[in-house]
Ligand binder design. Structure first.
Ligand code: SAH
Length: 185
């Protein structure tokens, strides 16, 4: 994380806070993820360096840049085209090459590219997202915030045969996942 210049993903008016451990507005009502939560997601995914990883919620592209250093290939999906193109520009300027960005509803996953060794979701789902669990490879890991009453719970699912082993990492706060397996827009 020390190798990713977070200021390149933060809008000019928030530059002074680029290295604060907090989420910051990036436009369109969305936020750049708080560094510790990006770290917690990466840690839970147990990346070894050669994974095919699906990211849902590119946002600014900051978490994409961190994940790209830890996995083999990152397929990142964002539903808002304006954010996706700004992220593409920032990642291009930094020379990040092992990333493919797609504008789509990532709550459905990317069935045509599955199975995935790892899936990182940066927006809170109303329930365990079935499509994403189904697109995991054997022993694949999915980390997703799942809404539980007034907070969200960062949750790890590990695919083992027909089962998904579940581990609650801890409470967190995310913008909503909007889409077919998410909340209504
Ligand atoms: N990880 C990003 C921040 C993400 S904020 C960063 O570090 O900057 C969550 C993002 O998820 C927002 O950009 C939002 O538009 C996006 N999002 C919400 N629902 C989505 C969906 N169904 N598919 C893809 N992206 C979605």
């Amino acid at each position: 994380m020390a190798g990713v210049p977070r200021e390149r993903f933060v809008p000019p008016e928030h530059q002074r806070r680029a290295y604060a451990d907090s989420a910051l507005p990036i436009g369109a009502g969305q936020t750049i993820s708080q560094p510790w939560i990006v770290a917690a997601i990466c840690q839970a995914l147990e990346l070894g360096g050669d994974e095919l990883l699906l990211e849902v919620g590119t946002g600014s592209g900051y978490s994409t840049a961190v994940l790209a250093r830890l996995a083999g290939t990152v397929l990142s999906v964002e539903r808002l085209p304006g954010l996706a193109s700004a992220a593409e520009r920032a990642l291009g300027e930094l020379g990040v090459e092992n990333v493919e960005l797609t504008v789509a509803d990532g709550s459905r996953g990317l069935p045509e590219r599955a199975p995935f060794d790892a899936v990182a979701v940066h927006a809170a789902a109303p329930a365990p997202p079935r499509a994403l669990i189904d697109q995991l490879a054997e022993e694949g890991r999915l980390v997703v915030p799942v809404t539980a009453g007034r907070t969200d719970v960062l949750t790890l699912y590990r695919r083992r045969g027909d089962r998904a082993l579940t581990h609650e990492i801890g409470p967190c706060r995310f913008v909503p996942l909007v889409g077919e397996e998410g909340f209504d827009a």
